[in-house]
Design a protein around this ligand. Structure first.
Ligand code: SAH
Length: 345
């Protein structure tokens, strides 16, 4: 029988396991502390656990944090970490240092099933969901790679895959990451979940009271433009999406992030900007404009810089907080929408 990986177990599940093995719940809490707080991954090194408990545990379970198969550094200081799983599938995470922040971009699926036209991950289709352990493992794996005095400070669910299409694993990983006592202890304000706009998932996430940030891949301000770009718009059009967002529970001073990839002559005109202003009226929003990142075979182009800045100005003049996000890691295929790893034959 193969042993289970304890990375990805909720603290409460580790307590249940301890009881199952004839120990007290307290032993489960110690186990969670070792794995998630002290980041010690060898059972032998968990010195305050009784030897016989460790022995029984070792027959059933391992603590396994994935080792990247490849680490590719970018000119801009970011690094792409490629992981290969036992089934041969590969995913990537991207570490992005910026002043005193280190942001990690994590994947939630191998590939993606939503087929956004401008996204290379969409081209490869969906292979499978990641487990909660494989998601949390990306954070532990990145932290292990960093210097002892450094650690990931912010986490964005913006890698391969659609987080809300892997809902159960997403929420379990968020609970482990944000558990202040027995988990990794990340403030929810430092975590952002990005979605193509799956309305039922957005509504469910709102009810979890996790308080993490929500980012919407909007990319267009009318159904006419968004429909052909993002097939998901046929299931949930802008009216339905925006209605759900207006109801979304936000914490004090929290805002919804809107991502808008700028595609030349597709969605980058002054009229598009004005429509976007009207669409977001009344929502506590922050807009991130992402100039399109090219990939081989793409049918889109990045607009020239003046066009990008003109679009931004219209939003700023209307009072919308708007930044232009120059993606990191473009030279190593790690930028937004460029993540694709070879799949096993
Ligand atoms: N599936 C989720 C998580 C991925 S986030 C989502 O779509 O929100 C990755 C972001 O990069 C999304 O906003 C996506 O639309 C955007 N993106 C995809 N391809 C891109 C490209 N070629 N250039 C710039 N941004 C891109």
């Amino acid at each position: 029988m193969s042993r289970v990986n304890l990375v990805g177990f909720l603290p409460a599940e580790l307590e249940d396991l301890a009881v199952e093995l004839g120990a007290s719940r307290y032993r489960g809490r110690q186990l969670a502390t070792w794995i998630y707080r002290k980041r010690v991954f060898e059972l032998e090194a968990m010195s305050d656990l009784p030897k016989d408990f460790r022995g029984r545990l070792g027959e059933r379970a391992v603590v396994e944090v994935p080792e990247p198969e490849r680490v590719t550094p970018s000119q801009d200081g970011s690094r792409k970490l490629v992981y290969r799983f036992a089934d041969g599938n590969r995913i990537s995470s991207v570490v992005m240092p910026d002043d005193d922040r280190i942001t990690l971009c994590v994947s939630t699926q191998v590939g993606c099933g939503f087929e956004c036209r401008f996204c290379l991950t969409g081209v490869m289709g969906l292979e499978r969901n990641l487990t909660a352990g494989e998601i949390v493992g990306q954070v532990l794996g990145a932290n292990r790679l960093l210097a002892p005095d450094q650690h990931v400070t912010h986490i964005v669910f913006m890698g391969m895959g659609e987080p809300l299409a892997n809902y159960a694993a997403l929420v379990t990983s968020l609970r482990i990451l944000t558990d202040a006592k027995l988990g990794l202890g990340y403030s929810p304000r430092r975590i952002t979940v990005s979605t193509v706009g799956l309305v039922p998932g957005i509504e469910k996430l709102g009810r979890e009271a996790l308080k993490v940030n929500l980012a919407i891949s909007l990319h267009a301000a009318s159904d006419e433009v968004r429909g052909p770009l993002m097939p998901v718009n046929r299931s949930f059009d802008l009216k339905t999406l925006l209605a759900a967002l207006r109801r979304y529970p936000l914490a004090h001073r929290q805002r919804i992030f809107f991502e808008y990839v700028l595609l030349e002559d597709v969605n980058d005109s002054p009229d598009d900007a004005a429509r976007l202003v009207r669409l977001l009226r009344g929502i506590r929003a922050k807009v991130n404009l992402i100039p399109f990142n090219d990939w081989e075979g793409a049918e889109f182009r990045r607009p020239p810089l003046p066009r990008i800045l003109a679009f931004q100005s219209i939003l700023l003049d209307a009072g919308l907080t708007t930044t232009v996000r120059w993606s990191k890691g473009e030279d190593i295929g790690a930028a937004c929408g460029q993540l694709r790893e070879p799949v096993p034959a």
